[in-house]
Design a binder for this molecule. Structure first.
Ligand SMILES: C[S@@+](CC[C@H](N)C(=O)[O-])C[C@H]1O[C@@H](n2cnc3c(N)ncnc32)[C@H](O)[C@@H]1O
Length: 252
């Protein structure tokens, strides 16, 4: 899976692509990450690609022509790449979208800065806009990194144990259960006994119960969205922890 990033700060991606699980995935050739300086497409010797907004107001705007040319150059180099502009008005990135993107051979991620892009970049390029949340970042680079991390984890081989990916929060439409490690007691707080029992079935059941309990309490919207994919066991637990939610969804 290949990620090309268009940004005015390509250096931000150097440590990112060389560190941790992602760094190993890059080393092993499972994931490629290349950041390209948007200023390379400037049409002036000052490498300037921003200008004042028409109509006045604060901040600068990234000009359409250099960004459009950059997107065209990149998509002609990698014809199979899906072009994405990072922006707060876009489709919210969630696990479903990350799973969908992990099926793509490549992604082109275009990062804004300042007040964002001249609107014609979006109109003309046809690239889709993706947001990482309902808040404003200073630039699209961190958003692109969020997307790269979320999508790369789903590329086979990137995370050593595939079970740990499917067991993560959202993997089965549920939030993750609590985890504990040594020592068994911290400031008087004990590890739940069942986890020390060695009884695999009891441990599985306890973890599932905690997952369902946490999900219905903190994110009932996830339950509603994922109800159809839940097993009977999960549905029964939802009924036990949140009977009101079942009634709300039109169940008995
Ligand atoms: C300061 S923001 C511009 C915000 C824009 N004026 C607005 O209010 O929609 C600069 C750049 O950061 C990126 N950005 C900011 N928030 C983001 C978010 N929630 N998701 C994705 N990208 C974001 C976008 O690339 C954007 O062009």
């Amino acid at each position: 899976m290949h990620f090309d990033v268009l940004t005015i700060f390509p250096q931000l991606f150097e440590p990112f692509r060389a560190t941790g699980v992602l760094g190993k995935a890059v080393e092993r050739g499972l994931v490629g990450i290349e950041a390209h300086d948007l200023r390379n497409w400037a049409d002036n010797k000052w490498r300037q690609i921003d200008d004042e907004p028409y109509g006045g107001g604060a901040g600068m705007v990234l000009q359409a022509s250099p960004v459009l040319t950059a997107i065209r150059d990149m998509t002609s180099r990698r014809r199979d790449a899906r072009a994405i502009i990072l922006g707060p008005r876009g489709r919210l990135l969630d696990q479903t979208l990350a799973e969908e993107m992990a099926q793509e051979p490549g992604l082109l991620l275009v990062c804004g800065r300042y007040e964002g892009f001249d609107e014609r970049v979006l109109d003309i390029s046809g690239a889709e806009e993706v947001s990482v949340g309902d808040y404003i970042l200073g630039g699209g680079e961190v958003a692109a990194m969020v997307l790269i991390e979320a999508v790369s984890r789903l590329v086979p081989g990137v995370v050593g144990d595939p079970e740990s990916v499917s067991a993560d929060s959202f993997g089965e439409g549920l939030l993750d259960h609590p985890c504990y490690t040594r020592p068994p007691e911290v400031e008087g707080a004990l590890v739940p006994e069942v986890l020390l029992s060695g009884n695999h079935e009891a441990i599985r059941r306890w973890r599932l119960e905690r997952s369902v309990e946490i999900t219905v309490t903190r994110r009932p919207d996830l339950v509603k969205r994922n109800w159809k994919r839940y097993s009977n066991e999960v549905r029964e637990l939802v009924g036990r922890f949140a009977p009101d939610l079942i009634r709300e969804m039109g169940g008995d």
